[in-house]
Design a protein around this ligand. Structure first.
Ligand code: SF4
Ligand code: SF4
Length: 373
């Protein structure tokens, strides 16, 4: 066992710097594995199904962003006539509004009509986390997808991603939970009336517009911050997701209740350690019987990369969930939930075109500031 582990961890023997260079070049080579239907980067394999779902959601996000941009631009520059269709799907980028809307739904008994899609999407992502671990992060989130590719770029440039000292890693990982605790405390400490007043406030009505304008008219400070985060994601795999994303932290807490996990068959396992090395969440897969960590994003990269058939599987202890089935489950749940929301009138915002024109032309007035300030 120990011999096989060291064989892989130390491959290949090479004289000094030349050997290191060869090793890094090999690690950085991106190839398509037809047999396993997976993208291969060094020893890491990512299922083609996962890539397809990630790419699909990222493309949909870009299309929604462009469509929403046309809507906002028309609202700013015209005074009458119908506006281009406002895509409710952009509300997926309003997770706090989604969480507030869900709590308000419980308090009031009806779903708010300002950003109903934000709440529906929030609940879909919670449902996915309950069913398939943090699959929102590993299969859907475009930021997670970008972050993964920045990490792969790092492997391409340096032959590997860098790791932060263990003590700093633990301290930094707590940041996303602290951010989450702050948001949860702020939302749950509001009275039902105050929460509903916030949802109906001018600020909340234009929060999606403000977010779009932040990126469209981004200043030098914003660019520098995003540039630093991207650079850190090239150097340290999944920097944003691992240390700073409170939404991922929340999904992780729900995923704790999920019945599916990565399971390892200790009898079949050769203890090679590949699963540990490819895990984006840096979990010690080879040392566990199953992975119940809230950090597991359900990516199945460990399963796809394991060289031993039947040593690892994702699912319940007895039932295996192949990546193709996960992709299908994610797509079916997503499409079914959004269609149901559409036909039951829980999807489109009730903000009319004239009202939005008014809001957009008054964005700079104090009435559109954060109600708590
Ligand atoms: S589970 Fe697979 S990849 Fe992980 S140590 Fe065992 S054989 Fe290697
Ligand atoms: S344990 Fe496996 S499924 Fe979970 S994050 Fe790591 S590689 Fe992905």
């Amino acid at each position: 066992m120990e011999a096989s582990r060291s064989k892989i961890l130390e491959t290949p023997p090479g004289p000094g710097r030349a050997g290191t260079k060869r090793r890094r070049a090999r690690a950085a080579r991106l190839r398509w594995d037809r047999v396993r239907f997976a993208l291969k980067l060094g020893i890491a394999r990512t299922s083609g199904w996962r890539l397809a779902v990630q790419l699909g959601f990222s493309l949909v996000s870009v299309v929604l962003g462009i469509q929403f941009g046309r809507y906002v631009e028309a609202a700013r520059t015209t005074t009458s006539g119908p506006l281009p269709v406002r895509p409710p799907g952009v509300e997926g980028y309003l997770p706090i509004s989604g969480l507030m809307g869900a709590l308000d739904w419980i308090y009031q008994g009806t779903l708010n009509t300002i950003h109903p899609a934000a709440t529906i999407l929030f609940l879909v992502f919670v449902g996915l986390s309950l069913a398939l671990r943090k699959s929102f992060c590993g299969w859907i989130c475009p930021v997670g997808f970008l972050s993964e590719w920045l990490g792969r770029l790092g492997v391409g440039l340096f032959g590997r991603n860098f790791r932060i000292w263990k003590w700093a890693d633990v301290a930094l990982r707590s940041l996303k939970y602290l951010l989450l605790a702050f948001f949860v405390w702020a939302i749950f400490s509001m009275t039902p009336a105050a929460l509903n007043a916030f949802i109906q406030s001018p600020y909340n009505k234009v929060t999606d517009v403000k977010m779009l304008l932040f990126f469209v008219e981004i200043g030098s400070v914003g660019l520098i911050v995003i540039g630093i985060l991207m650079l850190l994601s090239v150097l340290v795999q999944g920097f944003w997701c691992r240390y700073l994303c409170p939404y991922g932290a929340l999904m992780g807490l729900f995923s704790w209740m999920s019945p599916v996990q990565v399971h390892r068959n200790a009898d079949a396992c050769t203890d090679c350690g590949i699963c540990d090395r490819v895990c984006p969440a840096r979990l010690p897969v080879s040392r566990k019987r199953s992975i119940g960590s809230v950090e597991c994003i359900g990516c199945t990269d460990c399963v796809s990369s394991c060289p031993v058939p039947k040593a690892l599987h994702f699912g319940t202890p007895r039932r295996k969930l192949a990546p193709g089935r996960i992709a299908l489950a994610v797509a079916v749940l997503f499409v079914a939930a959004t269609l149901l929301a559409r036909v039951t009138g829980h999807w489109e915002s009730a903000i009319t075109d004239p009202e939005m024109r008014y809001h957009i032309t008054h964005l700079d007035s104090p009435a559109y500031g954060h109600p708590g300030r």
